[in-house]
Design a protein around this ligand. Sequence first.
Ligand SMILES: [Zn+2]
Ligand SMILES: [Zn+2]
Length: 370
Amino acid sequence: MPADPYQVLGVERTASEAEVKKAFRRLARELHPDVNDHDPDAEEKFKAAAEAYEILSDPERRRTYDAFGHEGLRTGGWSPGAGGFGNVEDMLSSLFGRGDSIFGDLFGFGRGGRPAAGGDVAAEVEISLAEVVSGAHRQVSFEAVSTCEHCRGNGAEPGTPIRTCATCGGAGRVQQTRRTAFGQLVQTSACPTCQGAGKVPEQPCERCGGGGRELRERTWDVDIPPGIESGQRIRISGGGHAGEPGGPIGDLYVLVRVAEDERFERQGRDLLTVVSVPATRAMLGGSLAVPTLDGEREVEIPAGAQPGQSIRLAGLGLPSLRGRGRGDQYVLVEVTVPGKLTRAQRDLIERLDAELAESDKGRFRRRRRG
Ligand SMILES: [Zn+2]
Ligand SMILES: [Zn+2]
């Protein structure tokens, strides 16, 4: 008669998924045959707990058990241990995660026996819109974990001997064959004495304490390609923190900000510049000096230019990261109406108004949409 999984794990029938997980985790730690050698039944109990967990951690399986008991599970084709228990390491790591320190340390697979990689570093630079056209070059400085300059990373005070690690014989890894509830299991993990280095300094480096690493100011030359968008990041492989001895270096991520420019609005590869001209100038047309990223350009406003009309300056926009050529700059005409008039100006406008009134009495209509 198989045991009631709720009883085995010691949880209520109403226990949540988290409670079930917590209960199994506690039992697994207590009963795992690798750590429990004082209870002769530990292996059997561990097996029972694992089976109970296998039932209660799966919502569908748990519902079947609640309604029909073990008989229901067997009818449904389920048998304990048939599914995911082929590899006990996979099962435990999927349950608890490889990063779980207690389980990692306990069962020795937390780091897979490899020295840890260095972390990533983030830096930020600001460039101008003109530099989006030309591309830019910046030096970024930051503090990063680096190889210790005093011992060159080997962790020993210079001039003192480094001995081969006695625990692992220089391999940096230890292999253990363990008898578990699921048969023999060969585990490889980083050597606890030398942390995977294979060597142990007789006299640890005074500067880094034997770790082989120290925090140092680092400067990196960063090339910013033309066409970059504000907020994009450039990844520099190997520009980050140093890892554990033998582990890979992290990356440097440079966040690029493009400074706002009052004169230009960026629309992808195109630029938009609003130019305000008085109503009379819009009527008469004329040339106007307009700022571009390539210097001022004389732009011809056609006679009778309408509010919202735009004039295209081909090729004066921005490049794109991929592809050739540049976008365009658009000059958007905004027509302004002078507010206060002098007597002389008013006389002139009244004469113009009288002339225009002959041909245009004003028309009424709904506002156009879109
Ligand atoms: Zn050092
Ligand atoms: Zn060792």
